[in-house]
Design a protein around this ligand. Structure first.
Ligand code: NA7
Length: 540
């Protein structure tokens, strides 16, 4: 049907991924609010709408990586532990069938401005194509990867082959068979693209800046029967999921790395390796992310296991060097299946762009500092995002005094609870800055934060509160907590997107809450229980 150019609604959500859809459903169907959603893409799914590059697959196993809503899980089953993007898209089709959210989502509507209107009071939000929405509450569910990062190489636009950023891959499948492919970047995305393309391309060259300390996925197919048999425990499972540090059904053990003998340690590491996924990262000794020596034991085990899979020693030195490029787990490890074995093929190469950087692009390929032209037909840019803060700073949000958020955050990030900002009354966000975002499973995190947003809005309605606005002091306190929690860990020592260090010129700071979900939920609860502690409350 036709979409009105002027929308009036109680609540406007931006983004229809995991977070946005959850909130739309709860606020509309449970609380009875009038809710609308602007979504830049053409369908539900957020990152799973955008990610259709070859090999795109989730790195958290189901049922951790799904909604806890019974209506959704009760008649859904997956084909495997770590589903690919096609299946995640089908999941969102199923979500739609169960929740009917689409009638309230306006697609292809990228938000370009948002201003506070003191008279109503509320927000006026505009989209690129001229639509306007007026709302009392504004919720940003735009995720941590809404702004792409491109290399600034001279000549990029002169390239005559195909060039695609991972999050903007063409809908129609790009066939790499018989083609020479370059993959730039080895984050989670680059690893997946390379692993997949190596099996079909004529030649594959991976341009690696930092080795990814990949963990074994241990993928497995699943039957519906197996899943149905477990469903009696799902309610408990989803409750437990919120009670661990990272929102997974496991946690680090209450032991330090050096408490065990080297034989015991080796045995334990082997077990975590066999179980696979993030276990060596998140179900290991409790001091791994805090103590250098403990961390080094993890790295050495990882390097030993990984080097054994790579036949050429020079290649092994690039992909899995003996000296750690950064402390283990201080950058996001990707999950792989047979990534390392690909480099044992004669047509698959890796180039260390730290030693030999790309200096420019020519019509037929990439030129490295040693003067070599690497001729390719397709460049896959897996160069990531202006993560966590970039998306929110890129949508024209202004505070009550008309000051852009991009200006407020130019020298560093300030929020309260990772869900609200001073100067932005009745605006909430989730899975973004200063929340548990980078250090927690997405669906768990958005439900934790989403539930708090729902509870807050319900409380405001029940108590006739017109607006809440985080105080500047509360923001300063929160920022201090973010920094203190992070400074105890080894995270600040790595050049990661967690630290804003992947984008030239971006302030170096911890962008996420490193205290774990239980402590985070305590903070959220405390603010609500103490009558919006840390907020200025205006009664209607
Ligand atoms: P990431 O994790 O930010 O990875 C981007 C990769 O691209 C990373 O290896 C970067 O190296 C590399 N990069 C970035 N710019 C360049 C240039 N100019 N030259 C060479 N290499 C470059 O993004 P992903 O999309 O893989 O993953 C994002 C998140 O999605 C991931 O963490 C999961 O949570 C899911 P660097 O490491 O900075 O040296």
């Amino acid at each position: 049907g036709s979409v009105p150019q002027e929308i009036e609604t109680d609540i406007l959500i931006v983004g229809a991924g995991f977070g946005g859809v959850y909130l739309l459903h709860r606020l509309r169907d449970e609380l009875g609010f009038n809710v609308k959603c602007f979504e830049a893409g053409k369908d539900l799914g957020g990152i799973w709408h955008w990610n259709c590059y070859p090999g795109a697959r989730v790195d958290s196993p189901i049922p951790v990586y799904e909604y806890s809503l019974e209506k959704v899980w009760k008649n859904w089953s997956w084909s495997c532990k770590y589903p690919g993007w096609q299946e995640l898209r089908r999941y969102f089709d199923h979500v739609e069938q169960q929740l009917q959210v689409k009638k309230d989502v306006v697609f292809e509507s990228a938000v370009v401005s948002s201003e506070w209107d003191e008279k109503r009071p509320g927000w006026t939000v505009k989209t690129e194509d001229g639509k306007t929405a007026r709302c009392r509450y504004l919720i940003l569910a735009t995720g941590f990867a809404a702004k792409r990062n491109f290399p600034d190489w001279p000549g990029l636009d002169t390239f005559e082959g195909a060039i695609h950023h991972s999050s903007f891959w063409p809908e129609e499948d790009v066939d790499v068979a018989g083609k020479k492919v370059a993959v730039i970047g080895t984050g989670s995305t680059g690893i997946q693209i390379a692993q997949e393309c190596a099996k079909r391309a004529k030649e594959l060259t991976v341009f690696q800046r930092t080795p990814n300390l990949c963990l074994p996925m241990q993928q497995a197919s699943l039957t519906s029967k197996e899943q149905e048999d477990r469903k009696d425990d799902y309610e408990q499972f989803f409750r437990d999921r919120k009670s661990t540090f990272a929102g997974f059904p496991f946690d680090n053990i209450q032991k330090n790395t050096l408490d065990d003998s080297s034989e015991e340690r080796e045995k334990f590491f082997e077990q975590l390796w066999e179980e696979g996924g993030f276990k060596l990262w998140l179900a290991t000794y409790k001091d791994m992310l805090y103590e250098k020596e403990a961390n080094r034991h993890h790295y050495d085990f990882w390097a030993k296991k990984t080097r054994a899979r790579i036949t050429d020693p020079a290649t092994a030195d690039i992909l899995a060097p003996l000296e750690p490029p950064h402390a283990f787990g201080t950058k996001r490890p990707s999950l792989e299946q047979d990534f390392y074995e690909q480099f044992n093929k004669p047509n698959v190469h890796v180039i260390d762009v730290n030693k030999n950087p790309v200096v420019g692009v020519r019509p037929r390929g990439l030129v490295t500092a040693d003067g070599k032209l690497h001729e390719v037909d397709l460049i896959a840019l897996a160069t990531g995002f202006d993560s966590v803060t970039g998306g929110m700073m890129n949508m024209g949000l202004k505070d009550i005094d008309g000051k852009p958020l991009a200006e407020k955050w130019a020298m560093g990030t300030w929020s309260y609870l990772g869900t609200t900002c001073n100067g932005f009354p009745n605006m909430f966000f989730l899975y973004g800055a200063q929340g548990p975002t980078a250090f927690s499973n997405g669906p768990t995190c958005v439900e934790v934060q989403g539930d708090w947003i729902v509870d807050s809005i319900r409380k405001m309605r029940d108590e006739s509160i017109q607006s809440i606005e985080a105080t500047r002091e509360a923001e300063e306190d929160w920022r201090r907590k973010i920094t203190e929690l992070s400074d105890k860990t080894l995270f600040p020592s790595a050049n990661s997107w967690y630290m804003g260090a992947n984008i030239p010129g971006k302030p170096r700071e911890q962008l996420c809450y490193a205290g774990g979900l239980p402590l985070y939920q305590k903070e959220l609860k405390e603010s609500l229980d103490e009558g919006f502690k840390g907020f200025v409350v205006v009664n209607a």
